[in-house]
Design a protein around this ligand. Structure first.
Ligand code: GLN
Length: 270
């Protein structure tokens, strides 16, 4: 029998990130909370649980993101289902959510989340504003199925999911359009760390700016007068993205920062 205390002592699990992963994997395998596992290190794993743990820890060692192994990722105040069909939601994107909440304070908005992936942005906004209405689009049917499942888990009935690329499935105007599009350049060395996530959700042509260019150029047709557009981007893209916003007629164009203090999203209104 494998004992939690022995795994804890294993040199393979000493780095803080690995230690964290160890407890998350053990919690998944045993169905016990991390607090319980820490309080009772004498907890044992049955042979069946040990076999599952061995498989999961091998996947972790081979570099598969923990979120895909566990099948879930925390975002905002929710635990979202994730599969390799969707980008793993990043804490940085919560800053974009906060920016929308700030702008939409005391208003009743209709919002479009384009390229919704797991549904992270639309769901967190919907959680804060049950009276707002949302259309969330994605070009990937598999991604949309994940987003729908997440909306069902949290019983949101104010989000409509539509299949299609960017604006394609839209047929009305919005007070706000928000998106976390792919923005990594094709030759970015950082891509080798992200190899397990869907390339179409990460990489864009023209130094990573092609989709942002498309979004800024077409958003006005789908926004009410004074409507807001907010787009996440890379930390070195602020200047270029602000220029794209201005070129499409957006006003009061400013860039906001992520938790690491890096430029992470740009907003502007008509
Ligand atoms: N922020 C992610 C990363 O750099 C990329 C997300 C995206 O392309 N939209 O890892």
């Amino acid at each position: 029998m494998t004992i939690v205390r022995e795994l804890k002592a294993d040199p393979a699990w000493q780095e803080p990130l690995d230690r964290d992963a160890l407890y998350q994997l053990l919690s998944q395998v045993t169905g016990k909370s991390i607090t319980m596992l820490k309080a009772f290190p004498e907890t044992g794993l049955s042979p069946a649980q040990t076999a599952v743990f061995d498989t999961l820890s091998r996947r972790y060692r081979e570099g598969e993101p923990l979120a895909y192994i566990l099948g879930e990722q925390g975002f905002w105040s929710m635990m979202l289902k994730v599969t390799p069909d969707v980008l793993i939601p990043r804490p940085d994107t919560e800053c974009l959510v906060e920016a929308v909440l700030e702008l939409g304070k005391d208003r009743i908005w209709r919002v479009a989340d384009l390229g919704t992936g797991s549904g992270a942005i639309a769901l967190s906004l919907a959680q804060e504003h049950p009276q707002w209405s949302f259309i969330a689009t994605d070009a990937s049917a598999a991604a949309l199925a994940v987003a729908r499942a997440n909306a069902e888990t949290y019983q949101f009935s104010n989000i409509e999911f539509r299949l299609g690329s960017w604006f394609e499935p839209l047929d009305c105007r919005f007070h706000c359009i928000v998106s976390n599009p792919p923005y990594i350049a094709d030759d970015d060395s950082h891509m080798s760390d992200l190899g397990q996530e869907p390339r179409s959700a990460l990489v864009a042509a023209d130094q990573g700016l092609a989709d942002i260019d498309w979004l800024t150029a077409h958003a006005a047709q789908y926004l009410h007068p004074q409507g807001w557009l907010l787009i996440e981007h890379g930390w070195q893209q602020g200047e270029a993205v602000r220029e794209l916003f201005r070129r499409s007629g957006f006003l009061d164009v400013t860039t906001g920062y992520d938790y690491g203090g890096n430029p992470r999203y740009t907003r502007g209104h008509l």
